[in-house]
Design a protein around this ligand. Sequence first.
Ligand code: ATP
Length: 352
Amino acid sequence: MPELAVSDLHKSFGDVHAVNGLDLTLAEGEILALLGPSGCGKTTTLRLIAGFDRPDQGTIVLHGRDLLPLPPEKRKIGFVFQNYALFPHMTVAQNIAYGIRYAPRHTERVRELIVLVDLSGLERRYPRELSSGQCQRVALARALAPQPRLLLLDEPLSALDAKLRESLRREIRRIQQEVKLATLHVTHDQDEAMAISDRMAVMHAGRIEQIGTPSEIYSHPESAFVASFIGHANVIAGTITSVSEERLEMDASGTMLRAAASGRDFHPGEDVLLFCKEEKLRLADDGQKTVSARVIIAEYHGETVIVHLESRIGPLRLRMPAGMASNMSAGMQVSVCLPPEECDVFPQKTLS
Ligand code: ATP
């Protein structure tokens, strides 16, 4: 039995279907990242699960218990917001104790939590005397204090700088594994989602478009939306010219491109989009089907370089090790190859 089972969840605000038939399960101790563009319904989903809003339709069951009749405080859910929402007039210890202040032995529990989130020595400080990373640790400890069955994290790291975000996401993972708590982590940052989660769910227009391990989602996107949202893909529009059991051929502005067959049905004449991740595009070797292109700019990103190209099939980006890109300069002519086995093709009409 899953720890959390959400099915056929709907919530509209006027004409906006913020959540539109969402299904989701979460196993005990699992961390699932809910990832999607702004406005796709991530926060609304969390708010419905937490009980801050009522769904129009659907069920939410946590550890076998129907949550809908229960108010937020009875749902056994911990919530961490983007902006910490700490009480400014309370110390670290008082903030953490807030939800358990009438429970027996709460001082001992607060002490344990302070060690767990690595805030020893800061118990008597006020939020204004803490860094933003420390504030978020207090918020996490406060959410964990009543021993919830489920933890909801709504973009908890987005207000922090890049370095702190990385270290705190490792901390969240460590703490989550230590307390073995089912956790739903909302983010729009795909690196964060991949780094932190056991599985990730890509959300689009109020529902889950694909759910799987980070490597499944990255390597095998099942829709044009997921292929365009995850990874950094080149997107090339074209028309199918032939279909066989092993491969597809398409025409893109007069250039023939191939992709390995994926099991999806296509027919000649169908308008499609071909996706090829920027690190999969290669400078061509002899004998390969190639596309000629001109270098616009080579952008340095530490160990890798992204080469921006202009070609007949449209703009392309190629990511390569910095050591191999030293001779790439604006105006240079190159031939690139889109390896068929690294290309995903989807009907054009599905990207809406
Ligand atoms: P973001 O990443 O920007 O936070 P999100 O994926 O969390 O976005 P939601 O905040 O869930 O998206 O919003 C989904 C849609 O519902 C949006 O179009 C939003 O404007 C709308 N919406 C959310 N809450 C309300 C509300 N209380 N009243 C009216 N519309 C709302």
